[in-house]
Each structure stands twice: as C-alpha cells, then as structure tokens.
Design a protein around this ligand. Sequence first.
Ligand code: SUG
Length: 448
Amino acid sequence: MFREFNFDGLVGPTHNYAGLSHGNLASARNQGLVASPKTAALEGLAKMRFVASLGIGQAVLPPLPRPNLKLLRSLGFFGSPAQLIAAADKADPTLVAISYSASSMWTANAATVSPSPDTADRRLHLTPANLNSLLHRSLEAQQTTAVLRQIFADPNYFQVHSPLPFGSALADEGAANHTRLAADHGAPGVEWFTFGRSALDPNLPSPAKFPARQTREACQAIARRHQLAKSRTLVTQQHPEAIDAGVFHNDVIAVGSVNLLLAHERAFVDQPRVIADLREMWSQTQIGPLHYVEISSAELSLADAVSSYLFNSQLLKTNDGTFVIVCPRECEATPAAHCVLQRLLVDPAIPIAQVKFLNLRQSMRNGGGPACLRLRVVLSDEQQQAALPGVFWSDDLDRRLTAWIQRHYRDELAPDDLCDPHLINESFQALDELGKILGIDLCRIIEV
Ligand code: SUG
C-alpha cells in the first residue's frame, strides 16, 4: 500500500527576518522584525501533530547547520567562527543574515519528488533543488542532498540525484513548482511542473517587476532524470502577472492533491488550454473524476490570494475519502478567502469536508505557509521500512522534539543578535543533539 508522508521542515534555532527574498512580499514587509525561533518551531510542531492526528503520514526534516561558515570563508573572511561573523558583519551585515538563514524550514523547496508508481525503474526519485535564484537559499542544496541521502539511502528503493548544475539557466525551486495528481497515491500519476521563465526561449512572456525563479529547462531535466512517462507529464508556465503580484512560487497560487485541484484563474499562462491539456491527460491515464475548482479574481484578488496564502494550504485526503484543508489563520482574517473556503465546504461536488485554521504566523511573516513547510513523499510500506526510521512522527518523537526546542531555542532573535558570538555554539549544539534524536549525522554536513 502507498501512503503520502508530509516531511515538515523543523524550524531552525536561528529563524529570523532578514528581508532576503526579492519578490516575496512578506519577507520584504517584515524585514527587521524581532523573530521568535521558539514560537516558530512550536507552531510547526503543532501543525505536524494535527496532520498526524488525521491518520496521515508525517515525518520531519532537520534544519541545516547555521551559520554557514563555509560560505563566509569562501567569501574571503578568515579566522575563528566568531571572527568570521564579526568580519562579515563589518563588511556587510546582510552576509551574516544569509549565513544564518533558517530557510531550510520551507521543505517544499527541498526537492522535487517522483514516487515509484510514476517512474520507469519503479524507484522513488528525488532531485534536491539547487535554489539558484537567491544566495541564502542556494546554500541549502548540497546539505539537503546529504540529509536526503541519509534518509533515503537504500538504492533498491530510492535514487537521490545531485541538484541540477548551478547557474541561472537551470534554476530549480523544487516541489513548490510541482504538483502530482493521481486517482490514488499508488496509481501512476500525472506530474505537473511549472516554470516562470525559459533560459533558451526569450520570447515567452515574463514578469516586469519581480524575478521568475524557475526555468522550463530545469523542469524538463527533472522529468527526464526521474524517468517519467511523457503521457503523464505536463510542463506549463506561471502567469507573469501573478509573479509580479508576489507569487514567487506556484504553490502560492495553486494546490493539488490526489484528484482535487484548486487554482486561481491567473495562475498559468493560457490557463484554459493548460486545464484542457490536464483534463485530457487525466482522462487518458486515470480512473474516476478530477475535481477542478477555479477561483476567479472577482472572488479573490491576486493581492488577497498572496496576503491570505489560501492556495498555500495543505490538501489532505483522509481515510474516509474526503479532504481536510489546512489553512493559515490569515485566511480566516481575509474576508474574501474566508468566503471561498465556505463555498468549498458547502458545495457537494467538492470533496472537502473540513477546514482547519492553524497559526503559523512566524513562518508566514517570511512568506512560508502550511504547504511551504512540507515536502510530500509517497511511499510504499516496504519503502517506509527501508527509510531512516528516526524521522517518522510518533508521540515519543513529538515529546522529544518539544523538549529539545524548549531547551535550546531563544524566545527572541533580533537582527543584531545574529552578531552575538554565543549564538554560533548554541545553534551547533542544538543540531548536534537533534541529530542524535533523529539518527542523522548533522555534524557531518556542516562543511558540505
Ligand atoms: O524562498 N522566504 C522563502 C519562503 C519560501 C516559501 N516556500 C514556498 N512557497 N514553497 C523564499 O522566499 C525569506 C527569508 C528572509 O527574508 O529572511 C525566505 O527565504
């Protein structure tokens, strides 16, 4: 039997608001705020606890070691860790913030995942995202690869590829721009990739204000690496108007799971054709209905879609066949988003039976909603047995992680605190202990 596991990123002990992501409105708006790493991590755990309580597979991915001293050394700073931070701060405080970024918490960007029913060699394929578009995020690629190779180590079941080559032509943002739809988790599914620009075709429409992060060529390369069938692979372009409204990833404007898809009408270029192609592909390869709900701009403006993060909700199919939609609290506070949710709930043709609002404010202030915080991995029972056991959710893991957060995390982290030399060891010690809880050697990846 195949099940979906949501691998949530544990928020790291250096979670902060540095305004590092151009085109991500929340990140820009909240730059310089005092963050609470402890609250952020506990909010994340509460989400995992809720998802697990629905009987849905839950697992965790560790934060990556920060500060990233290797980056600072490669930029020409030298000396002890404290000297590196002090020298970088003197040169440009943003470099310190980059080296300390806890952005690995948004695991929807960790990798693109193709479960084994979709792939020609019947193994689970993962390509860690190179996250080329932003320096602080690009630091994740090699370390995430090392972590995923520890979790999915058995080559009989898994292939963890290397990230695509670095360079803007193959910029890849992982599962945030990838949707898998299938009659059920274990059926060979339709894999749908979305890009913002093409490196090779300058004639495609492009945003005027904010950068398009992912390229078409990256999508195509991943589909080839993962040995996906052409008859079940779709590659489409994000609407540039959406990118300019703050939709830096496709998961800010569309969400799909199993046989249910919600999308804003401005999500894709030539959207009627995209949806027609998808329906055609579905009818050729899947059994049963595909439920598609399109939200118009009149119902929910692009601005409200971005500020409420409605489409960054998690759609979770429960054992009784209905869906629960896990939304950020901001959807409750945005009248238009709230109305959309009420409509979804009462419409008998839409299989959503429950709306759950969760407080994820700490992550939301950096542009990371419920769906950003999780990487979906569909596993068979044997594959789950073959994966690293320590990362799978249990009441015991919940207790141990809660105690670990309480012990190691600061209540507050202001921008200036990143220069506190004590934070370096605090952060590494926390990760060392976490590695022991999860059974992952995190110290080994510090210099990766
Ligand atoms: O890449 N924010 C992340 C948010 C990622 C959200 N993920 C998905 N949509 N799947 C980003 O823009 C902000 C960091 C800062 O400003 O300190 C940041 O990296």
